[in-house]
Design a protein around this ligand. Structure first.
Ligand code: GLN
Length: 469
């Protein structure tokens, strides 16, 4: 069931939160040994369900919008008194001492957090294979990855245990798993949602957002977690950007040249067929030129590791993270970080430290930031002519475990999603037509990108095209 359906049934008294939470926990119990979407399951969710039921019995129309709705959160989101590992061995024993702003907001809205989901270590990856606690399987085909880094969140929704899970997206980590698991995944405008209490990966890129079955649900949950926050100075107010309006008919731009780059033929077919649906629905589909988008991946894999190297310096066995003792202070650092971090995390810390080092800073980091600024300008220009950009979400459907051993081929998964984070605009992935692989039908997503603060447009078009409302 969707969040909306559950809410309606709670209000009509047809089902109760206790029944739903029991079913949610039961389903996790039955299926998660195989899927491994969750790192932790919170049995006390049942007590909260009893309370939600009481609230609904007193004055149901006055209850907040997510009362009694089961939800899962990615394990890099702090939930007081609960473990938060970020998918890393170095935080295996870390318990959050406060709530992330979005956790406070979800709880205030009545949501019941039933568990915390698996992820690539510190959100670095596209398959959850980088989790220190073992990978998650894709519920639509368990021989394949669910995508990443929010693969646990996607699998939690796709296996039917919750109608919504929160993920984080630094370069595609909500949208790509949504695409692989047949879900809606939404990445808000940078600053729309507070990052307070989220483990930082790339601070200028990170945003939290929902993975859901419908666009209606994504909008509902986004509106709960969004808003300016005194604890995060980068959050924006409603008037930070010019107001973006909904329209009856949108002009949708397709960056054709950009799609030429190594994309799976069936995925391209599914995308073309979606464009046809857009035309049939009365929208204009036009070609646009975004030559700098093709530089996005290169810029991202400089900017992001640079921020990673700085953000992850705190995990040294002294300030944060498990300590592995050594002869002197340097040995403590080396042992703690050497044993606590996985290969991908180390690779990025090394790369990031290198691009920030004196002598190379201007050549790499400075250049990448300059490209990023030019990308913003290019995008702003294109958005004077069109309303929404459409691309496939990822260049392939879900791949098999171990199929992307070479880090560079894994990074290519992000080709269509990283330009969005680099420029800070909002984007949504909705399921397009499925593709066939080995007799199985695998979901693939299409991505809509809107101008800054243009989430209303994404929800509007998404609801019309996907939810059929
Ligand atoms: N796959 C991308 C990466 O590994 C995106 C990660 C993310 O969005 N957190 O950097």
């Amino acid at each position: 069931m969707t969040v909306r359906e559950l809410r309606d049934k709670y209000l009509s008294g047809e089902v109760s939160p206790v029944t739903v939470i029991k079913e949610s926990l039961g389903l996790i119990n039955d299926k998660d040994e195989e899927i491994h979407a969750y790192l932790d399951v919170y049995e006390n969710a049942l007590e909260e369900a009893v309370k939600a039921e009481e609230c609904l019995s007193i004055d149901k129309d006055d209850t907040p919008p997510l009362t009694g709705i089961p939800i899962a959160i990615k394990n890099n989101i702090l939930y007081k008194a609960h473990k938060a590992t970020g998918g890393s061995k170095i935080l295996e024993n870390y318990t959050a001492t406060y709530n992330a702003t979005i956790v406070d907001k979800l709880k205030k809205a009545g949501a019941i957090i039933v568990g915390s989901t698996n992820m690539d270590e510190f959100a670095m990856g596209s398959s959850t294979e980088n989790s220190a606690f073992g990978p998650t399987k894709n519920p639509t085909d368990i021989t394949r990855v669910p995508g990443g880094s929010s693969g646990g969140s996607a699998a939690a929704v796709a296996m039917g245990s919750v109608p919504v899970a929160i993920g984080t997206d630094t370069g595609g980590s909500i949208r790509q798993p949504a695409s692989y698991c047949g879900l809606v995944g939404f990445k808000p405008t940078y600053g729309a949602v507070s990052r307070y209490g989220l483990m930082a990966m790339g601070s200028s890129l990170d945003q939290a957002g929902p993975l859901t079955n419908t666009v209606t649900d994504a909008e509902l949950v986004h509106n709960v977690i969004a808003g300016q926050d005194n604890m995060d100075m980068t959050t924006i107010s409603n008037d930070t950007y010019p107001k973006v309006e909904e329209k009856d008919k949108y002009t949708i731009g397709v960056p054709r040249d950009f799609l030429a780059s190594g994309i799976d033929e069936d995925v391209l077919g599914a995308f073309e067929s979606h464009l046809e649906d857009l035309r049939l629905a009365g929208h204009d589909v036009v070609d646009v030129k975004l030559p700098l988008f093709a530089k996005g991946l290169a810029a991202y894999y400089v900017v992001m590791p640079a921020e990673v190297s700085s953000n992850l310096a705190r995990y040294d066995g002294i300030r944060y993270g498990s300590r592995v003792d050594g002869e002197d202070l340097l040995a403590v650092y080396e042992n703690s970080r050497g044993e606590g971090f996985g290969d991908e995390v180390k690779r990025r810390i090394l790369l990031g430290t290198y691009v920030l080092s004196s002598g190379y800073y201007d050549a790499y980091y400075g250049k990448a930031e300059a490209v990023r600024q030019l990308m913003r300008e290019e995008l702003n220009q294109v958005f004077t002519e069109i309303d929404i950009i459409a691309t496939p979400t990822a260049p392939t459907p879900a791949f098999k475990f171990g199929a992307q051993k070479d880090p560079l081929s894994m990074y290519k998964q992000d080709i269509f999603t990283v330009p969005v984070n680099l420029t800070g605009v909002p984007a949504i992935s909705i399921p397009a037509k499925s593709v066939e692989r080995e007799g199985k039908s695998l979901p693939v997503g299409v991505q809509y990108i809107a101008p800054h603060a243009g989430e209303v447009r994404l929800f509007d078009l998404g609801k019309r095209m996907h939810d059929q409302v």
